[in-house]
Design a protein around this ligand. Structure first.
Ligand code: UDP
Length: 164
């Protein structure tokens, strides 16, 4: 079965998350290709050693399974793209760096991106397409909605609720 993975967005956020995506596949012993998707591209090109293309071209790529991490910091744009995936049958792809610390009984929905040095402690609930940038943490019993974005160094202490 051929699998194709993508990082959607080839600007700052996407180029920082591509190495995290490579770590994710290496951990899973998965040799599949990871490409960039960016709608500003008019033809297939190379960015940081990966093939890069627009979304229409990605949809035409042949693979049995496609999963995409939406690596765009703007949460409204992430939401818009995630809705398009529902229509197109594309899976949201969750990625996390090797040194992320995840403690007990925390649930994070699909499409998350946990950057290096992120800590998620215990009994936490987090919605779809969560982005936790470098050195962020979420402490015990927090509840976070869908499409929440943490900049680098966000410190979210215990029992905090954040809406979608
Ligand atoms: N982008 C896209 N499709 C969209 C919206 C944005 O491909 O519907 C791309 C856009 O071309 C740009 C990137 O996403 O390359 C967003 O980059 P930006 O520098 O604005 O934000 P960041 O990388 O910090 O999230």
């Amino acid at each position: 079965m051929t699998q194709l993975y993508a990082i959607y967005g080839a600007s700052g956020c996407g180029r920082s998350l591509m190495p995290v995506a490579r770590q994710q596949l290496a951990r899973d012993n998965d040799p599949s290709e990871i490409v960039f998707i960016d709608d500003a591209l008019t033809e297939i090109s190379q960015i940081n050693g990966h093939r890069a293309m627009n979304y229409a071209t990605f949809l035409n790529e042949s693979a049995d399974f496609k999963a995409v991490q939406i690596a765009i910091a703007n949460s409204r744009v992430r939401e818009k793209i995630a809705r398009r995936f529902e229509q197109d049958g594309i899976q949201l792809w969750s990625i996390q760096a090797d040194n992320v610390v995840l403690m007990d009984q925390s649930k994070i929905a699909e499409g998350m991106a946990l950057s290096p040095f992120v800590t998620i402690t215990s009994n936490i609930q987090i919605g779809k397409c969560f982005h936790a940038n470098l050195y962020s943490y979420v402490e015990h019993d927090c509840v976070l909605g869908d499409f929440v974005t943490f900049a680098p160094g966000v410190k979210c202490n215990g029992n905090i609720h954040i809406h979608d």
